[in-house]
Ligand binder design. Structure first.
Ligand code: HAM
Length: 462
């Protein structure tokens, strides 16, 4: 029999042995390219945790003051139709002409990042039929605003305003309430504040005044800065608040609007001032406060800190009456409005400059320290039990060694620390440490809350 041909098995292919790395290749870690940092957009700023004590303080006080005077909060979208600001703030104002963050959406809508709060609140009032609510409607907000300005100290492209608006009341007491609220809000931080106050009249009497103003400035046209030459044609009232030296000097001798108010506007203004006197508000009459937005009528005001008076960055906040604005936005004819907007960044700068620190937080009752994974598991739930029992507790669950936790408890100034470790967990106990003396006691876990309450009561009475 012929032999079956044997099929010669080819050995399986072996993977080639990896190339032996040279010594310098082995030791060196593979070179990792460090990613380039992405910087912040120009004119924008973070508010980082280190700044938060001050920010929390100003935010809390804003909320407290607004609530105590009977305002309810409103939050409007960051983006609005561009026309809202063109129609209300005014086409010839710096805000609309130069400073708007406006763009077209993918759907072709022309929108703008809110440069100021009043127009948006007024739009919401009309939009939601708030005219049918008991009047006036008093709203407050603390929202970011966006203006494409040249960034400098106290001037950013995103800033935050605390604002209050009263819509649906034309009495002088509404204007006074807002000025008094803002004045005492600033005073609550210990700041030295003067209110700069003026009346810009209304459509009935402003026309005659503007004619006077144009006559005066036309005679001095050559002395005006380039911007003011333009203002003379398009927005003569703004001539009064130009900061250029020559223009400022001319403004000193310009006809004063308060001498040209009609009887109704004059009487309204006098009543506002009387309320300010009664409330012991420190104010100065200032005929150059005309504000940079077109919607103002009658009372206009700004809040200055004493030391910055006359300087370039003088205004911490401002506001005024805007009796034609609601109608302009399709609201009921003659709906009056008045309000203010206070710059939070400028307030924070003023507090830092005056070396005013936020008050220390209230000291918590207890720190809960946990050692090891199993103790941590128990501690999470127990932490909530403490809070539900009305005990102000603090913890740091990202740490499991005792000493950094005790250091944190010491920093917070708590009178007691509870310590939960593996042993305590097994024994169903917990350690209570009195921070001042360092003395520790092991107590039954079930009894810890009543025991802690007893000790806290005694501690607070001492
Ligand atoms: P405003 O005077 O244009 O008024 O702004 C109010 C405040 O916002 C200013 O006094 C200032 O503190 C702050 N602010 C304005 N622009 C900037 C910026 N670029 N950087 C930092 N802070 C800034 C209004 O916006 C009106 N809506 C106020 C109002 C409310 N009137 C009636 N109701």
């Amino acid at each position: 029999m012929p032999k079956k041909p044997t099929t010669k098995k080819t050995p399986p292919k072996r993977k080639p042995a990896p190339r032996k790395l040279k010594k310098d290749e082995v030791d060196k870690p593979s070179p990792k390219r460090k990613a380039k940092m992405i910087p912040l957009v120009k004119g924008f700023k973070d508010v980082i945790p280190q700044d938060m004590l001050l920010w929390e303080w100003v935010t809390f006080q804003a909320m407290e003051y607004a609530r105590s005077y009977g305002y309810t909060q409103i939050v409007t979208p960051v983006v609005e139709n561009t026309e809202l600001f063109q129609r209300t703030v005014g086409k010839e104002t710096d805000i609309v002409k130069k400073e708007m963050f406006d763009f077209e959406t993918k759907g072709g809508e022309k929108v703008t990042l809110r440069p100021e709060g009043t127009a948006a609140v007024a739009r919401a009032y009309v939009d939601h039929g708030m005219v049918n609510l008991p009047q006036p409607v008093k709203m407050w907000y603390l929202q970011p605003m966006f203006r494409y300005e040249r960034p400098q100290a106290g001037r950013q492209r995103q800033h935050h305003q605390f604002g209050c608006e009263i819509i649906g009341n034309e009495s002088a007491s509404a204007d006074a309430e807002l000025i008094i609220l803002a004045y005492y809000f600033y005073k609550s931080f210990g700041l030295d504040i003067t209110v700069q106050v003026n009346s810009v009249g209304d459509v009935a009497c402003r026309g005659a005044y503007i004619t006077l103003l144009k006559e005066y400035y036309s005679a001095h046209k050559r002395e005006l800065c380039e911007n003011c030459q333009e203002r003379l044609k398009k927005n003569p009232l703004r001539l009064l608040d130009c900061k250029e030296e020559g223009c400022a000097e001319l403004a000193e001798h310009a006809p004063q609007i308060v001498d040209n108010l009609d009887d109704e506007c004059k009487s309204h203004f006098v009543k506002v001032l009387e309320h300010l006197d009664d409330a012991e508000v420190v104010y100065a009459l200032n005929n150059r406060i005309v504000r940079g937005l077109d919607y103002y009528t009658r009372t206009a005001f700004e809040f200055w800190t004493g030391e910055e008076e006359g300087g370039r960055m003088s205004s911490l906040g401002g506001g005024g009456r805007y009796d034609g604005l609601l109608e302009e936005l399709g609201g009921r004819e003659g709906t009056p409005g008045v309000g203010f907007g206070l710059g939070m960044e400028r307030l924070v700068i003023a507090l830092r400059k005056a070396k005013i620190d936020p008050p220390k937080y209230d000291i918590p009752d207890v720190f809960l320290a946990q050692i090891g994974t199993s103790a941590q598991k128990k501690a999470f739930r127990f932490f909530e039990d403490l809070r539900e029992a009305g005990i102000v507790a603090r913890g740091q669950f990202t740490k499991d060694a005792l000493s950094p936790q005790l250091a944190m408890a010491g920093k917070l100034g708590v009178p007691f620390t509870l310590i939960l470790g593996k042993k305590e967990l097994m024994d169903k106990t917990i350690i209570i440490r009195e921070m001042a003396s360092g003395s520790q006691e092991v107590i039954d876990f079930k009894k810890v809350i009543p025991e802690l309450k007893k000790r806290l009561k005694k501690f607070k009475e001492e």
